[in-house]
Design a protein around this ligand. Sequence first.
Ligand code: ZN
Length: 323
Amino acid sequence: MVHTIYGNPKALQTLTFLKESGRLCHAYLITGEQGLGKKTFARRMAAQILCKNREAAPCGECESCVKIEAGAHPDFIPYDGAGAKNSIHIAEVRAIRSDAFIRPNESEYKVYAVYDCDNMTIGAANALLKVLEEPPRYAVFLLTCKNPGSLPETIRSRCVEIPLAPVGDGDCKRALDALAPDSSEEERARAAAACGGNIGAGLTMLKEGSAQEVLSIAGDIAAAISQPSEYELLSQLARCGTDRMKTAAVFEQLIRLLRGAMLQKAAGSPGEDELQRALCARLTLEDFIGVIQAVQEARDGIDKNAGPALLCTWVSAQIKSIV
Ligand SMILES: [Zn+2]
C-alpha cells in the first residue's frame, strides 16, 4: 500500500474529502514538528491525486502509484531545501516556476512538493507567492514546514493548512511494528514508550538504539527533581546534549513520569514505584503542576527553534524556583 498514514484522523479527512468531492485546491501546507511524517503525507497525497484508479485512489497498484512509490513519477516533483539546511532558495522556486508552465507528462495534474519551507529567504517567498497567485490549472503545490508562523501570511493564506500531530500509543506501536520489522518486539515497545507519538523519532531511536537512553535520562532527571541538589539536576539535564529530537523525547517522557506521579499523589497513594514515591514525598500537587508546566514550556521551545542547552538550563532554574 502506498504510504500508510497512522493516526491523524483530521488530516486524513482532507484526503477523504478530496477523494469524495474531487475538489482540489492549488496549494496545501502540511505542518508539524520533525518526525511526524510531513513528507510521507505529501507523497500519499500526490499518489491520491495522480492515481489512475479513481474509485480506490491511491490504489497502490496502478502505473502511477507504482512510479510514486519508486520515486520516479514524472508529474510528481519534490523539492528539498538543497542549499542551506532547511531552506528553499530563490533559484529552486524559479526552477519550479519555469517547470510549472510545461504541461503534465502523463497525468491530469502536476504535483510539486516543496519540503521544509521554514526560513525561506524573502526573495524565495516572493517568487513562490507569484506561482501560488497564478498557478497553471493543472498544478498542485504541497508545501511542508515545521512552524507555519515562519511563513509569510501572504503564502499561508493561499494554502489549505493540514496540521499533523503525534499519534496515540496504539498507532505508534503499529507504525513501528510495520516500519521497523527487523528490530525486536522489546526494542519497538521501548521506542514507542519513549518517542511520545512521534513515529519518526521512534524510528530514529530504533536505528540509533537510543530509546533506552531517553527513558534512562528522563528517569534520572525525575529522580534529580526529587533531590535537593541543583547541580545533580543540571548535570542530568545536560545529558540531553544538543540533539533536538532526543531532547524533545526526554522532555515528553519526563512529563509522562511526572503526570504519573502526580496522579498517585492526588489519589493519596504513592504506590510501589520508588521514583514515584520519592517525587510524591518532595512535591506538593501545586509543585507538580508548576514543574510539568515548565517542562512543557521547554518542550514547546524545541519547536520554536530554541537551543536544547539553553532550554535545559532554563528549565532547571524554573524547577529549582518551585521545588
Ligand atoms: Zn493507483
